[in-house]
Design a protein around this ligand. Structure first.
Ligand SMILES: *Cc1c(COP(=O)(O)O)cnc(C)c1O
Length: 378
């Protein structure tokens, strides 16, 4: 890439090894059978799907039977939340105020259906505390849903602790792990998490494919949201997208093998970026820097609105607020929930680094950012 791409939290470029794997499956000489068909072509495709399912399961320390393939984290979140509540009319849900819209809007829909939802605010560091979740749980609570790492700030929530709270209170626990899968260790053998959503395009796989982990023997009464051919144990009907699924499987295997070395390298580049940006003066960092994904840097800039800064930063592809609400004038719901003023939220923006980020990208980003901030402040 000739220009720095610092928006990996919105989506990642597909890894070349993943592209090669997907291409090998397409075409008349590929594996084009319907994985549900019983003939030779179908069985070949089904073997590819099951290999990928096992790769995703291994990255989670899960059983392959616990992986339900979906179109991405949005669908996984909908299946987890609405599927679990289907037979619990008006059950109470506990979630956080800093969730992605793929959880917040599902919860708003649940409220429209007559259900109750508590939105727990984070602390000033952007973290959702286990004690705050414990206080919000009521006898009527049917589900707790808290994201692992936030897409805007990169701040990591204590899902192990929150899971223990939920397990002790007998409440199912869903985690949106779209940002953390492939970057942080996730072991379903030790985490008290019942449902967990992932999306391949956040870990160098293709768009339009994801999965929901569903714990076996947890007595979860999960109901499908999509009805039809009965694929995925009846939980998600529809013909399986063999090449997309194989791409996600390989991306998960690569993430498992390279996660730790990527983490160290990317965090070092991110720290270098922060040092360079902080040197400009009048810039503060949003969120807990010690409990943060390696590639995230969310900053608040004195005296300059992000919507004026972004065009000047077009060369380095950064984001103000979350990608899903960019373009809208509303301030980030994540930053305001942390206690930032509306004005401070409008002066904040997100850099997110990834596997393809180089040291020269960082040097260029610091230069472009410093020049733009100084010019707009003048
Ligand atoms: C990207 C993202 C999603 C949505 O994933 P899709 O693949 O677009 O469905 C959900 N939650 C979080 C935290 C995300 O970062």
């Amino acid at each position: 890439m000739n220009m720095p791409y610092l928006d990996h939290a919105a989506t990642t470029p597909v890894d070349a090894r993943v592209i090669e794997r997907m291409l090998s499956l397409l075409g008349a000489d590929g594996i084009f059978g319907n994985p549900s068909s019983l003939h030779r072509y179908g069985r070949q495709a089904s073997a590819v799907v099951e290999q990928a399912r096992a790769q995703v399961a291994r990255a989670l320390g899960a059983d392959p039977r616990e992986i339900i393939l979906t179109s991405g984290a949005t669908e996984s979140n909908n299946l987890a939340i609405l599927g679990l509540l289907a037979n619990k009319p008006r059950a109470h849900v506990v979630t956080s105020a800093i969730e992605h819209h793929a959880v917040l809007d599902v919860c708003a829909h649940w409220q429209q259906q007559g259900g109750a939802v508590t939105y727990v605010p984070p602390n000033a560091d952007g973290q959702v505390e286990a004690e705050a979740i414990a206080r919000a749980i009521q006898p009527e609570t049917g589900l707790v849903s808290v994201m692992h790492a936030n897409n805007e700030t990169g701040v990591i929530n204590p899902i192990a602790e929150i899971g223990e709270v939920c397990r002790a209170r007998g409440v199912a626990f869903h985690v949106d792990a779209a940002q953390s899968f492939g970057k942080l260790a996730l072991d379903m053998k030790t985490l008290a998490v019942d449902l967990l959503s992932i999306s391949a395009h956040k870990f160098y796989g293709p768009k339009g494919i994801g999965a929901l982990y569903v714990r076996r023997r947890a007595g979860l009464d999960l109901q499908p949201r999509v009805h039809g051919g009965g694929q995925e144990r009846g939980l998600r009907s529809g013909t399986l997208a063999t090449h997309q699924i194989a791409g996600m499987g390989l991306a998960a295997e690569i993430a498992l093998a390279e996660r730790e070395s990527d983490h160290a390298r990317i965090a070092a580049l991110r720290d270098q970026l922060w040092d360079g940006i902080a040197a400009i003066g009048g810039v503060t960092r949003n969120g807990n820097a010690r409990a943060c994904l390696p590639g995230h840097l969310n900053v608040c800039v004195d005296g300059v609105k992000a919507h004026l800064l972004l065009p000047a930063l077009a060369r380095i592809a950064v984001s103000s607020g979350s990608a899903c609400t960019a373009g809208a004038t509303a301030p980030s719901h994540v930053l305001t929930a942390m206690g930032l003023s509306v004005d401070a939220a409008h002066r904040s923006l997100r850099f997110s680094l990834g596997r393809t980020t180089t040291a020269s990208d960082i040097t260029e980003a610091i230069g472009v950012f410093a020049e733009a901030v100084q010019r707009l402040r003048a």
